[in-house]
Design a protein around this ligand. Sequence first.
Ligand code: GCB
Length: 599
Amino acid sequence: MKTNLIFILLLLCAVQAYPSDTYLANIYGRETRSLNGKWDAIVDLYEQGATSKIFLNKKATGHSDFYEYSFENGLRLNVPGDWNSQKQELKYYEGTVWYARHFNSEKETGKRKFLYFCGVSYRCNIYLNGRKIGNHEGSFTPFQIEVTDDLLQGDNCLIVEVNNRRQKDAIPALAFDWWNYGGITRDVMLVTVPDLYISDYFVQLDKVSPDVIRARISLSGNQKGEVVQLKIPELGKTLRMTTDSVGVAQGVIHTKLTRWSPENPKLYDVEITTTSDRITERIGFRNIKAEGTKIYLNDKPLFLRSISFHEEIPQRMGRACTASDAGQLLSEAKALGVNMVRLAHYQQNEYIVRRAEEMGIMLWQEIPVWQSIDFTSPETLEKAKKMLRETILRDKNRCADCFWGIANETRPSEARNAFLNELLKTGKELDTTRLFVGAFDNVYFNSESKLFEMEDPFIDKLDMIGINKYMGWYAPWPLEPEKCNWKVALNKPLFISEFGCEALYGQSGDATVASSWSEEYQEKLFRDNLKMFRNIPNLCGISPWVLYDFRSPTRFHPTNQEGWNRKGLVSDQGQRKKAWYVIHEFYEQIRKKDIVNLK
Ligand code: GCB
């Protein structure tokens, strides 16, 4: 009863936090026209394009007129796609590129039109027919701009100024351990909706109850007194609601249903209709909670068999951006025997999230608050909050998303604590059905107590604590692995969110020498770490770092790395290293015997 009351109160707060008037939930369920394809591009090394107003896209007429630019007959870039992998000269480019394309549009009475960008890396300004209509910061979340009144009948010229320069106040900031891909890296589309449309909805199972579906549906323009119908045909359920004074309709469905799980990733067709709009989506229902030191999915404790990957196709040395890329990454994860993926270190594209859900893979999604963020800057805090908000908005109906990660490897300080507190507050205002987590790297070996310990006042606020610990690589073993005992956050579920070491595929060497960069060293390190994990009493799962070797400019070794982080269980060419088999065997044992405690 008490839980329900708290839920309703939080729901009320949440309603105010949503931009219900002009939002567009479930973009792939809308009437869209793709603006993907080849775009014209201009590389603006000295960032002079704005001063030269190249967004006006002028053409010379008469005798004395000329312009020192033209989008025609120059560079062409694929959208979606990063520029780094499309042109050798742009491999290391960090700066501005202008993208341009034309498209036709017709005025339609009773309709509204939006431009929707699934992801532009890192910041951008959008110009339509010579006029700036919007901007966005943050590579990994979508944004939309209403263009109903800006579109011309017939030809329209869309220009996007994209910049991926690293900055101190950005998220991530100046240095990070992955490639800084720039460009329009995700789908772009023109969306058409009715004047009064279904802008947003949150349809999920109650936090604790297995047979109560809670629905909150928002209409554009905060329209009051509209009838909204939610239908789940397979359950034989139809819920009729009416919107309140802020255009929100809320209700519950009581029903017996099959809950989504890795073993049975059941999804239901859900249909929402109003007098003017209709939208459908496949939605799954599950309960996730942390209690004591365990994670419960559908009231059953489980061990999280996870892996991480970047949104990168190593063979192509570029960003993953299509449905088939998502299939490639996730099927390699699935082959390892996982029931979960930690999507590192940022919000990955919707193809990945939706495919994971269909395959029965739980997700930890995080925002790129990675190590050295400027915690003292109020602007950076606002950016982080916006990123978290945009993540939750996009994926709140994805039952696969079980964990929202708010930070990776941040160290306690007054500024850091205050920053993360605020961020967490924002997250909880938006979503109370998931678990909030973070990954920390401040566990250390206390030579007096002879225990692995950690002091961080913030971790008490989280539902599960992720620990990144590189024993045998960045940290030498202080004792035999089987003698390493942990006393960290004993009252909470503890998840090893990273561990591992580098090895070059096919390189054979001494299993006791780190600098051999050998598969044997990596294989032994994995076996040793698995021994230690048995001594973590509150362990609820592990996520080795990382599935594939990935590109990183911070990896300087000329023969073993060449700009690659070699911690993959799978090489950049897709070959499985010896350590892959260690984890595969371990995960198979856990799965077959349904093991929850390693002890
Ligand atoms: C970490 C980071 C991850 C790095 C990894 C490494 O702790 O969280 O982003 O890539 O270590 O390989 O050093």
